[in-house]
Design a protein around this ligand. Sequence first.
Ligand SMILES: [Zn+2]
Length: 211
Amino acid sequence: MGGLGSGNHNRLRGDTLEEHRRIDVCRFKREGMLTPGWIGAWEWKSASGNSNLINVYGGTDQIELSYRYKRGEEEWQSVRQVIRLLRVDRHLGGQQVYFECPACARRVRFLYGAGKEFRCQTCHDLIHASSREGVFDRQCRKIRKLRKKLHADTMMEAPMPRPKGMHQKTYARLFDEIIARETAALDEIEHRVPGFRRSITSLRKSGGFWS
Ligand SMILES: [Zn+2]
């Protein structure tokens, strides 16, 4: 993979005023950004008039974002974030591609610059509705880790069949712990972000980009 000056450097502009950085997997796909070797920059102006720029390294299974982030009076810091891509078969053929939220592993179309890193709307709302980012993130990380032990999809609420060769007792213990933690995590989101499920649904229904 070449550097940013390697010839196939693209510069694309998001066409909206948006206070938060938001990326759309459908738009990225249309622009050919989910292709190995794609390198370019995604650039837009926020409502406050500031320019935002993210360098994107394309790929089939994951993309990498690279940008600078500054909080208040702190120094600028360089951030690199890998975003996994998930593909799901459509009923009528073909595949739908999603981002995997780096925090809670949900399949989503949009990711938002929530503080230093990109996350889904649920995590984003949670962070803004509370200052308990650390607690929630730790819970989500723990859930993903437990789910991996079961070789299950890391997305919350995805099925968790018993892996071949795993003792029933071990399986039951892991299963119960995951369910308990996911229930707590989802309860916390609902408690702190009233109506968050509704907003997620309407987001999914709206076909528009940068709506
Ligand atoms: Zn999330």
